[in-house]
Design a protein around this ligand. Structure first.
Ligand code: GSH
Length: 227
C-alpha cells in the first residue's frame, strides 16, 4: 500500500501496522502517530501489515525487540519506539520542530513528557478497562488509576491554558501529546477538560492528521482512503 503526499523521498520508508487493529479503526494504535508525522513532513511511505503472531516471530523481532508495532525502515536504518521514529522524521524534514535551538529543545522535552509522563497513566487506565474488568478489585483499582490520569490532565490543562499549541507553533511535541490524549477515547475523562478536548480537536483537524487517520482506517475497512 502506498500513501503519497508531498515531496518524494529518495529511499522508501516502510512502517508496520496491525493487520487487524483491536480498536476497530479509531486510530489509537501507535502507527497513527508515525503516519501523522510522515504526512506533516510530506513524506511518502509504505505500510507492511503484520498479524499478532507474526509480530512475535524472529523476522519481526529482528526489527522490534519487543515484538510490537510500529517499526520504521528507511534504507539501512531500522527503528522502533514511536518517540525515536517521530524524532527521526522531525529532525530530517521541516514542519515538526522549530528552527530556534531553544524552542527545538522545548519541543523535544514535550515529546518526552507526552510519552514518559502523560502516556503511562493513560495506558495503564485503558489496559485495566480492557483486561481487568472481571477482577474482584477492579472498581477500587480503577478509581485509583483514573485519579492518576486526572492528576496529569489537571496539570497539563493548567499549563496549556488557552494556548492553541504547546509553544508558538504546532510541533512534534503537540503531535505526540494529541495522540496520547486520544487514547482516552470513550472513557468520559478528557471531556472534563474543555481546553484539552479543544486541543485534541485542533490536532485532529489538521489535514495531515486526517490523511493519516483515513489511511489507518482504510486498513480496517478495506476501502482506499478518500483524501
Ligand atoms: N513504547 C512503544 C509501544 C509500542 C506498542 O505498545 N505497540 C502496541 C500497538 S499500539 C503493540 O504492538 N501491542 C502488541 C503487543 O505488545 O503485543 C512505542 O511507542 O512504540
Amino acid at each position: 500500500m502506498m500513501f503519497a503526499q508531498g515531496s518524494i523521498s529518495t529511499m522508501t520508508i516502510t512502517i508496520t501496522a496491525f493487520e487487524r487493529s483491536p480498536d476497530g479503526g479509531k486510530g489509537l494504535a501507535r502507527d497513527t502517530r508515525v503516519r501523522w508525522a510522515l504526512e506533516e513532513a510530506g513524506q511518502l511511505y509504505e505500510v507492511r501489515l503484520v498479524s499478532f503472531r507474526a509480530m512475535k516471530e524472529a523476522a519481526h523481532l529482528a526489527l522490534h525487540p519487543f515484538g510490537q508495532i510500529p517499526t520504521y525502515q528507511e534504507g539501512d536504518l531500522a527503528l522502533f519506539e514511536t518517540g525515536a521514529i517521530v524524532l527521526h522524521i522531525a529532525t530530517h524534514h521541516a514542519g515538526l520542530l522549530p528552527d530556534d535551538a531553544n524552542a527545538r529543545a522545548r519541543a523535544i522535552a514535550w515529546m518526552f513528557a507526552a510519552l514518559n509522563t502523560v502516556e503511562p497513566p493513560i495506558v495503564e487506565f485503558g489496559m485495566a478497562r480492557i483486561f481487568e474488568r472481571d477482577k474482584s478489585w477492579y472498581e477500587e483499582r480503577q478509581a485509583m488509576l483514573e485519579q492518576r490520569v486526572h492528576t496529569r490532565l489537571g496539570e497539563f490543562s493548567s499549563r496549556l491554558g488557552r494556548a492553541d499549541w504547546l509553544d508558538d507553533a504546532f510541533s512534534a511535541g503537540d503531535l505526540l501529546m494529541v495522540t496520547v490524549l486520544r487514547r482516552l477515547d470513550g472513557a468520559g475523562v478528557l471531556e472534563q477538560y474543555p481546553n484539552l478536548s479543544a486541543y485534541v480537536a485542533r490536532g485532529e483537524a489538521r489535514p495531515a492528521y486526517k490523511r493519516a487517520f483515513d489511511a489507518q482506517l482504510a486498513v480496517f475497512t478495506g476501502k482506499p482512503p478518500t483524501s
